[in-house]
Design a protein around this ligand. Sequence first.
Ligand code: AP5
Ligand code: ZN
Length: 217
Amino acid sequence: MRIVLVGPPGAGKGTQAAFLAKNLSIPHISTGDLFRANISQGTELGKQAKAYMDAGNLVPDEVTIGMAKDRMEQPDAERGFLLDGFPRNVAQAEALDAMLEAEGMQLDAVLDLEVPEDEVVKRIAGRRICRNDSAHVFHVTYSKPKTEGVCDICGGELYQREDDSEETVRKRLEVYHTQTEPIIDHYKGQGLVVTISALGKVSDVTERAMEALRGER
Ligand code: AP5
Ligand code: ZN
């Protein structure tokens, strides 16, 4: 399956993507994670992306589209993929449409995670991520690690993302409403959008998502 996951910052895209990708046996491709990996490795791409991310702005399309395309061309993505954080504006959605069309491929669904803004703010404020693997995501109250500051999965150190400050989160939400939400209408035009509530237990949201995707297969 080829799926796009969309939703505001902190909706739980990364959290859900980890479970959905496993259930569906497809790779989880997160442009945010790819940028963060480049930053921690000190690559040129990471240097270009960092200032935009720290300010809560989108990294320019010239950089982002090429990086996403390279990742989607890896052998493990031949059987499908779950895109998390890409596309993030209409130009990126159009670039993805063209990429898929050139390969004779199509998206199966765009899964839209709906969460009220006050909940998103609470989720981001308490989020802690593992230094070893950004798929290891915790929350100081909702999904507490057994030992404070330590990853339950691998023992790595947990940290708070630099762009999770209150001011940057406000900016990211504004960017989501103005630039990312329009892609939902773009994909509604293709009949691909399934919207689910992302409130409630993580496992309940996964079940809701799997149910919604089953209808799309
Ligand atoms: P990115 O990394 O994609 O961030 P985002 O979209 O803002 O999303 P988040 O990672 O903040 O949230 P999430 O929805 O994954 O939530 P999570 O599962 O962690 O992008 C970062 C930046 O990179 C952008 O601002 C931009 O600069 C750049 N970028 C990336 N892609 C780009 C693109 N295509 N073009 C241009 N620039 C790009 O969950 C959040 C918290 O809630 C966690 O603590 C979790 O434990 C908790 N939680 C999750 N589910 C639940 C639940 N059901 N109940 C209670 N708590 C929950
Ligand atoms: Zn870890």
